[in-house]
Each structure stands twice: as C-alpha cells, then as structure tokens.
Ligand binder design. Structure first.
Ligand SMILES: *Cc1c(COP(=O)(O)O)cnc(C)c1O
Length: 233
C-alpha cells in the first residue's frame, strides 16, 4: 500500500525534477497539501512526515479540522470560495485566503481579522482562462483590485492564485500558466504598498504541477497525489 509519507516523497521528487528541468532552485517552490475531504488523522500523518501547510476548500470542514488539530503548528490556507456572509469565521481561523476575488470580501476579512492574530495573508484568485461562470477576478481588473487590497490594514497581499480548466498536455497547461505569471510580474512591477511581500504565485495541482513549475509557480496545491483519491463529498 502506498502511504501518505510515500506519496509526499513522490510529489517532492516531481517538484525537484521539474525545478531541475526549469533551471530553478527547488527551495523556491512550496508545497501546499490540499486536505479537503481528508480526515484529521491524514493531516497528522502528513505533518509527521514533515508537511506543515494545508489547504481547505470548504469553510465548515476546514474550521473543524483546524480546531481538532490545534496541538500541531500548521499553516492553513483557504483555497475555496468565500461568500461574504462567511468571512468572519475564515478571518478568525485561517492564516491565508487564496481565493479573494472581490474588494467587498477583502474589506470584510480585514475588518474581521482578530487583533491578536497577525495580518491575514491573501492572494487574488484570477480567472486566467476567462471561464464565464468561474470564480476569480478578470485579468484586466486584477491590478485595481490588488491596489484596493493593499490599502487594507489587516490584510497582507501575497500574490496570485489561478485554477484554470484542465488542459490535456504540458504545452496547453503552460500556455495558460504563463499568462498568470505575466500578470503576476505586471502587478509586482506596480510596486503597490507592501510589494516586497508580493511573492506568491499559486499555480499547479496533482495533474499539472510540472507545467506550473515551468511557469514560475512558487506554491503548488496538491491533493490527490499526496493523500490519494478523494471520497465523493
Ligand atoms: C482540490 C483542489 C486542489 C488539489 O487538486 P488535486 O487535483 O487533488 O491535486 C488544488 N487547488 C484547488 C483550488 C482545489 O480545489
């Protein structure tokens, strides 16, 4: 049987091979283990194998897991949609929110971030392949939104996240990811307040992490390849 530590090793190997191919230092690509639908025990196992950063898609499930694993020093990323009536519980429990795509949501997260916690790290989710019904800010509106967020006192704008439609091969995957990379560079070049902390390009999942690393990803979000297939939710 393949265990979580085995799978983590395999994923790290894929990342380092992709870095080698791309001429990048493997230390510049982080691994976010996406633990949605997985039991807290699976997160414990991954942590025991050295993994510290975890991503959740569903607010209630994520908060329950965060609370039941409070004894471990984990970093939690919200990567799923955050409706504006759910911002408080997110601001109170997560360390990062990668799925911010509206100023109103960002304003609420900032206002509701508890004073005893450090500022909440956020990424703009960009609808990079312009799917009509998809989450994410349109690329042409991303700089203005980044500007708005960078003025909020309790948020720290860290970068961009994109979740493109599945593409069948490396070339197709890379051509979409490269657009996200160009947008990232464009926003970085605007030198918004706090811009030296704008350091995160969250691209790539189990099926396309190699193309993401080739396109400058600094954080791959990997679920299935770390934990195995997800049960239907
Ligand atoms: C589920 C999910 C992932 C991980 O997907 P896998 O294909 O299981 O690696 C990454 N990012 C987001 C936003 C997700 O919802």
């Amino acid at each position: 049987m393949t265990t979580i530590p085995d799978r983590l090793q395999q994923v790290k190997h894929r990342i380092s091979t992709a870095c080698q191919t791309a001429g990048r230092d493997p230390a510049t690509v982080g691994l976010l283990a996406v633990s949605k639908t997985q039991a807290p025990e699976a997160v414990r196992e991954a942590h025991a194998a050295g993994q510290c950063a975890f991503g959740e898609n569903y607010i209630q499930e994520g908060v329950e897991k965060i609370l039941s694993l409070r004894d471990l020093p984990l970093v939690w990323h919200m990567i799923g949609p955050v409706q504006s009536n759910k911002t408080r519980v997110v601001a109170e429990h997560f360390d990062w929110v990668q799925s911010v795509d509206r100023l109103k949501t960002a304003e609420r997260l900032s206002a509701q971030r508890p004073g005893h916690l450090p500022p909440l790290n956020v990424c703009l989710q960009v609808n990079i392949d312009q799917g009509p019904n998809k989450s994410g800010v349109a690329p042409e509106a991303a700089l203005a939104l980044a500007r708005g967020i960078s003025a909020l006192p309790r948020l720290r704008l860290r970068g961009l996240m994109a979740l493109p439609e599945f593409a069948p091969d490396f070339i197709a995957q890379k051509s979409v990811f490269t657009r996200a990379q160009a947008l990232f560079d464009h926003i970085l070049a605007a030198q918004l307040p706090g811009w030296p902390e704008f350091d995160t390009l969250s691209l790539g999942m189990s099926a396309d992490l190699e193309a993401a690393v080739a396109s400058g990803s600094t954080l791959v979000r990997v679920g299935t390849a770390v934990f195995g297939e997800r049960a239907a939710r």
